[in-house]
Design a protein around this ligand. Structure first.
Ligand SMILES: Cc1ncc(COP(=O)(O)O)c(C=O)c1O
Length: 508
């Protein structure tokens, strides 16, 4: 049986067909392309005679092989047989291409199934669970006390303003909305920071935190070839993907101490010291994900000392500004401390959490440079990298941010809503600690939960214990034991405490 069966365009048939039928299809396919070119037509006809011979040989010799015909422009033709993985017959005539495909062989045979994303895959599993007690603490998205998604009032107001003004949907420049870029840099560094007046910050709008990090990774790959990025162990799961995909080498520095469920400060400093000079040190600006453990102000100073000593470049990932403590300024303190030392640095920003704009994909990449001239050049290269990736960023989220930050009333309302969200998470954190302490009679100290900050708590549960949380208690979390307190209600704290205590003590 021959495997060539049809052309891709019009006469697809899944039935096995004879060699003659294949020849006819092949002929029709190219003949229609070449109809008005008689000399070319004769050449094509000769070609088909040759192809027919090869087809006969191919179908006679191996049932699972297919014949592929690659021709080139100017009438040069190559004919050869391909292995199973090539299911197309491709012909080209005067710039037009038609293809025939083998019915029972996919060109995508070599593409294996990708594993589910360790974070987003948790939500997929949660949706499939029909148990009433199920609880999704996997994804870092804010929920109300009723565990419903929340759209901030200021966002609705800003969107109404946009509708009233009848704003258009024209392309943005590659670097994004100017009003957004100004607002985002001011929020990050403080509106009166001399850096901004001196025009030493290259800011471009990015596709939220992830897209901004990816753009920076592309800049590193292009302009700092071979430079290493040091990331904390553990870190947000996507960091490794981002640098892997950008082909930027990375290694880890110690961060989490399982004995204390706290910061391994000595290990962190030692590893940053050991990194090759000029490395990029990726730091979570606030509310470290997944541990919820941040350095103290004093420790930040020491981290800055080592980074300066080693001529490293600090690279901040700020995904939770205002969402961790409830204050935009407090949560930007680490970045501002480094900037005040006159260091050049990278800062990626996200508005997914603090404005609840998860799906708008709004964020920014900022590069602080030592001169305005360098900032202009860096910005030009960031734009150059963005152009072939996504051309220009989306406008909707950028306008929301610019409207909220640019309007003193809305800005004030946003701060109040952010405090409310951060406050709800703090209350849940306290209640979880209280429930664990009251229910667990083993004397275990659960106070690490109160020392953590932001939307996540690193419970210290291992993989097997985390699996017990899901399999027995229908509590969904990432396998590293991270829970999102933003997805927890006060009402569910006791249930969660039972699940944690059982998993901790009864699963090794
Ligand atoms: C540390 C960290 N960086 C960046 C992001 C980026 O998120 P997004 O791309 O939604 O802005 C997240 C989101 O969870 C995060 O936790």
């Amino acid at each position: 049986m021959s495997i060539l069966s049809s052309t891709l365009s019009s006469n697809y048939s899944p039935q096995p067909r004879s060699t003659q039928e294949h020849h006819r299809d092949l002929y029709i396919s190219v003949d229609s392309n070449a109809a008005s070119h008689s000399r070319a037509h004769r050449r094509q006809f000769l070609l088909f005679q040759m192809a027919s011979t090869m087809l006969s040989l191919a179908s006679a010799s191996a049932s699972a092989s297919s014949l592929s015909m690659h021709d080139t422009l100017k009438g040069k033709v190559k004919i050869g047989s391909n292995s199973l993985s090539t299911g197309f017959v491709k012909t080209k005539s005067f710039g037009r291409v038609s293809m025939s495909v083998a019915a029972n062989v996919s060109r995508f045979e070599g593409i294996t199934m990708a594993p589910p994303d360790p974070i987003l895959g948790v939500s997929e599993a949660f949706r499939a669970d029909t148990n009433d007690m199920k609880l999704n603490l996997g994804v870092g998205a804010y929920r109300t006390e009723e565990l419903q998604p929340y759209v901030l009032d200021v966002v609705k107001k800003a969107e109404n303003l946009m509708l009233q003004r009848g704003e258009n949907k024209e392309y943005l420049p590659i670097e994004g909305l100017a009003a957004f870029n100004k607002a985002t840099a001011e929020l990050l560094f403080g509106a009166d920071n001399p850096l901004l007046k001196e025009q030493r910050v290259a800011t471009v709008q990015g596709l939220s935190g992830t897209g901004s990090l990816r753009l920076a990774a592309a800049l590193i790959e292009r302009y700092f070839p071979g430079a290493k990025v040091l990331i904390s162990s553990p870190t947000w799961g996507n960091h490794k993907n981002i640098f892997n995909d950008a082909r930027v080498p990375w290694s880890e520095y110690r961060y989490y101490d399982p004995k204390t469920v706290g910061l391994d400060f000595e290990g962190m400093i030692a590893d940053i010291k050991d990194a090759p000079e000029g490395s990029f040190i990726l730091l979570h600006g606030c509310a470290h994900n997944p541990t919820g453990i941040d350095p103290t102000p004093d420790q930040w100073e020491k981290i800055a000392d080592v980074i300066q000593e080693k001529n490293h470049i600090p690279f901040f990932d700020v995904a939770y500004q205002g969402f961790a403590s409830g204050s935009l300024d407090t949560d930007a303190a680490s970045v501002r401390l480094f900037a005040a030392r006159g260091m050049e640095l990278f800062v990626a920003q996200s508005y997914s959490k603090n404005l609840g704009l998860y799906a708008e994909r709004i964020g920014a990449m900022n590069v602080v440079c030592s001169s305005a001239d360098a900032a202009v050049r860096v910005k030009s290269q960031l734009k150059r990298l963005a152009r072939p990736m996504y051309s220009n960023p989306p406008i909707h989220g950028a306008k929301i941010v610019a409207n909220v930050v640019g309007d003193p009333t809305l800005f004030k309302e946003w701060k109040a809503e952010m405090e409310m969200m951060a406050g709800r998470i703090k209350n849940v954190r306290q209640k979880l600690f209280d429930s664990l302490s009251a229910k667990d009679k083993s004397g275990k100290d659960w106070s690490f939960i109160l020392k953590q900050i932001g939307m996540f708590s690193f419970t210290g549960l291992n993989k097997a214990q985390s699996e017990n949380m899901t399999n027995k208690w229908h509590v969904y979390l990432t396998k590293d034991g991270r829970i999102s307190l933003a997805g927890l209600s006060l009402a569910k704290c006791e249930y969660l405490a039972d699940a944690i205590i059982d998993s901790f003590h009864n699963v090794s």
